[in-house]
Write a protein that binds this ligand. Structure first.
Ligand code: HAM
Length: 416
């Protein structure tokens, strides 16, 4: 009996794992350089953490959560996103210094029971960042800047940034009334799902893909026309800061996001290379969530980027991973282990210098060892010819030279 991975969950290996590694490594480097500190939370939480944060009417909570009871009858869920667990953790461990800018980042697997398709998985990976403690549109800009910078640094070129403001809770309440009135007056023209959304999670009507709904919604009142003076000022400042930092954006008046915790600015970074699953990163301000989860009245803003999707776009653009140079050692005499032991001082030095050094200990023919060198896409092959003698072959140019002992290290830039 052969088993298969669960639908929507993937095994990652080979070139893929290098791409994930590289994306995470570069993201981490950028986040650390902006003074974000890493935080790791468990992969599962009490289900209530998500119900309260994301909103009961959201798709994630109502139908996509991997919720289960453990053997102690606790109601738990695999995390569908990273923000709610981080908020739980910073409150519990008292990690927020009041009125200071507290920056955190995280990376890891998230789980959502959605219909798998290109760019959408049931286990997927995010890198995210959250800032707690200060309400200032500068920080909304910084969060966007960091997300954009990560995409640029991993060589993802074509993407667009969409921004909107969902207003504070008061603006939103007023707007939702106006929107509901409008939708109810034309409810016969809406698809059944949107008709239901009027009562459950009305803002999500803007995500409907039905043509009639799209047309009707293009004429619907938009939240930007209903936000209060303070929210308007914040949104204007955010746009000014983005302009000053040279970050291009499009104001998308219909951008609403799928989670209830947002207040104020929201954004999505999209690509046109992935079909329907076009969002590569997303986030926004959520000033009420810390209080909602039992903490003090602490404002916050953050983002998460979808690693799986970013890597898919990079692969489509033929961006490949520049790995550490690889060397395959080839034992010429049929006594591989002995040859390797004799040359260990050189091998250790090469590894220290960052070379990937690979060898075969099974005394196969030179031809078979060369095949392995090709398979492993080696940059160099070193023939171990005994008594400190080597032949070094550059696999790209095909040039081969005989060298002695320490010369090998010098030639490979690993001299002592
Ligand atoms: P989100 O929009 O739900 O936001 O997810 C962020 C990103 O994760 C998406 O833009 C997408 O790239 C990726 N993603 C989401 N679902 C899947 C999936 N099923 N398969 C593959 N990739 C996926 C959040 O998660 C918020 N926590 C972001 C945030 C942080 N807001 C404030 N702070």
């Amino acid at each position: 009996m052969k088993y298969q991975a669960v639908r929507g969950a993937r095994d990652l290996f080979g070139e893929d794992i290098k791409m994930f590694d590289r994306l995470e490594h570069l993201s981490q480097k950028i986040l650390l350089s902006y003074a974000y500190e890493e935080i790791r939370t468990p992969i599962f939480e009490k289900v209530e953490v998500f119900n309260r944060s994301l909103g009961k009417g959201t798709d994630i909570v109502s139908k996509e959560m991997y919720a289960f009871k453990d053997r102690g009858n606790r109601e738990l869920a695999l995390r569908p996103e990273g923000t709610a667990p981080i908020v739980r953790a910073v409150i519990e461990k008292n990690l927020i210094k009041k009125d200071k800018v507290n920056r955190f980042f995280y990376k890891g697997a998230m789980f959502r029971y959605d219909r798998p398709q290109a760019g959408r998985y049931r286990q997927f990976y995010q890198v995210g960042a959250e800032i707690f403690g200060v309400h200032d549109p500068w920080l909304d800009m910084e969060i966007i800047e960091v997300a954009v910078k990560i995409l640029q640094v991993v060589a993802l070129e074509k993407f667009k940034l969409y921004i909107n403001s969902l207003g504070c809770l008061e603006c939103r309440e007023k707007y939702i009334k106006v929107l509901c009135d409008y939708l109810i007056s034309r409810s016969k023209e809406l698809c059944p799902v949107c008709q239901n959304r009027i009562n459950v999670n009305v803002l999500r009507v803007f995500d409907c893909k039905n043509k009639d709904c799209i047309k009707l919604l293009s004429e619907a009142p938009k939240i930007l026309d209903y936000i209060c003076q303070n929210c308007t000022k914040d949104f204007t400042l955010l746009k000014d800061y983005l302009d000053e930092r040279g970050i291009e954006y499009i104001v998308d008046r219909a951008l609403v996001r799928g989670l209830d915790y947002y207040t104020g600015s929201v954004f999505e970074i999209k690509t046109d290379m992935l079909g329907a699953q076009d969002a590569l990163a997303a986030g926004g301000r959520y000033d009420s969530l810390v209080k909602e989860l039992g903490g003090n009245d602490i404002p916050a803003v953050g983002f998460a980027l979808g690693e799986d999707r970013i890597i898919e776009v990079l692969k489509k653009n033929n961006v490949s991973y520049k790995y550490q140079p690889k060397i395959t050692l080839i034992a010429v005499e049929k006594n591989a282990k002995n040859e390797i032991l004799q040359n260990m001082k050189y091998i250790d030095k090469l590894r220290e210098k960052g070379y990937i050094v690979n060898y075969d200990i099974s005394n196969r023919s030179v031809k078979s060892q060369m095949r392995m060198a090709h398979d492993k896409k080696s940059d160099f092959v070193v023939f171990l010819e005994g008594n400190d003698r080597f032949s070094l072959k550059n696999m790209e140019t095909g040039k081969q030279e005989q060298i002695h002992g320490i010369e090998l290290l010098k030639t490979l830039g690993a001299g002592i």
